[in-house]
Design a protein around this ligand. Structure first.
Ligand SMILES: *Cc1c(COP(=O)(O)O)cnc(C)c1O
Length: 374
């Protein structure tokens, strides 16, 4: 059993993927070839924003977005401690300070009710993350941001394709960023990402930053990076994007089915909460259990792969020790980090396989109960 079955997806899409790759090899525009523009047009239409720029990774998307917003040493960016390292890492890389705010215990996303008191005169932006594939409460976050003149950068690396109040992730704030890392909801076969905005000036800035701050050949008004996506990765994404809307529907259905089955078969397991405003793409299907080590060991011993996203919140990472945030700083994030367990999840997950996983999960929880002292 695969945790994320990329091979099954490739088997279905082999012909169009090979055709698209072959076209790149034939025309030879390996850097910024025609597939880049074609993909950017499709993605901006899908998300519903004026500009999409493909970039070299989700991490670089965050970096380019913050560089375009001119976030500098001494600035503060409010974000969640319950995310992949890249979110806080890029803030720190620019010399700015990640200011963590605890998460909502239901959605595990940035809790808007806690943001306002973290704002200082140095705050420049708020960076919510759509953890596990559902957007944070962007209306509430945008309202706080606009009241304080702050930008909002959505880290949609896990939520690409998800909707919030009917609008797509990455099109909900000043700049939306995503990742096309292979295991993300829309993945290429290497590194890739994209930034999205409706702001023409920010789009121009990000376009320049993506290519060494260049506005015309060998003329550099600003400092940038090499942040381009490879044409071959764009070609692969174009082939995969054809089925992506169907995969989003399948993901939503499979995630909801997990929740229903687990509620029936193992009611002590905490399943994801998806508010009515949200449609999740379930980048991960993540439950919470108290004895994670035993439960995951049992699942693994029965051939069910699992993963932990993420075992340590960012403020507890050695790299962020300089912030001096000890245990207990963000209790909701810390508790989630201790209990979360991700189950196999991909659009080709068969109902029979899913039922087997839920059955093994029931046994895992049950076995633990029986083993516990009376
Ligand atoms: C994967 C991920 C990133 C980084 O994306 P890469 O393409 O791997 O650089 C950033 N933020 C979150 C929340 C992610 O899940």
């Amino acid at each position: 059993m695969e945790f994320i079955d990329l091979k099954a997806q490739y088997a279905q899409l082999r012909a169009p993927i090979m055709q698209r790759i072959q076209a790149v090899l034939d025309h030879g525009s390996y850097i910024m070839g025609p597939e880049i523009k074609e993909l950017e047009e499709k993605l901006s239409a899908y998300v519903g924003v004026g500009h999409c720029l493909t970039v070299s990774s989700g991490t670089d998307a965050l970096l380019i977005a913050m560089m375009a917003l001119d976030i500098r040493p001494g600035d503060e960016v409010i974000t969640t401690p319950f995310t992949f390292i890249a979110t806080g890492e890029m803030i720190a890389l620019l010399g700015a300070k990640p200011v963590f705010v605890d998460i909502d215990p239901e959605t595990l996303n940035l809790d808007p009710a806690r943001i306002e008191r973290a704002i200082t005169p140095r705050t420049r932006a708020i960076m919510p993350v759509g953890v596990y594939g559902q957007c944070a409460d962007l209306d509430a976050i945008n309202a706080i941001a606009s009241a304080h003149g702050l930008a909002v950068i959505e880290d949609g690396a896990q939520s690409f394709g998800a909707t919030y109040r009917g609008r797509r992730s990455c099109g909900l704030s000043t700049i939306g960023c995503t990742s096309f890392f292979p295991s993300k909801p829309l993945g290429c076969y290497g590194d890739g990402g994209a930034v999205f905005t409706d702001d023409d000036a920010l789009a121009t800035a990000m376009r320049e930053i993506r290519v060494h701050g260049q506005d015309r050949r060998y003329h550099h008004p600003r400092i940038g990076i090499n942040g381009r996506m490879d044409t071959i990765q764009a070609a692969i994404l174009l082939a995969k994007f054809e089925v992506f809307p169907d995969e989003v529907v399948a993901r939503e259905r499979i995630g909801a089915r997990y929740t229903q089955r687990i509620a029936e078969r193992c009611p002590s397991v905490v399943t994801p909460t998806v508010p009515r405003t949200n449609m999740s793409v379930y980048a991960q299907y993540t439950v919470q259990v108290e004895n994670r080590a035993e439960v995951s060991q049992y699942l693994n011993s029965r051939g069910v792969p699992t993963a932990v996203h993420y075992p340590m919140p960012l403020h507890r990472q050695p790299a962020f020790a300089f912030l001096g945030l000890g245990p207990g700083s963000f209790p909701v994030a810390e508790q989630a980090a201790g209990n979360v367990l991700s189950l196999p999840m991909h659009p080709n997950l068969h109902p029979a396989t899913q039922d087997l996983i839920v059955e093994v999960l029931r046994e895992a929880v049950h076995a633990r109960r029986e083993a516990a002292p009376a």
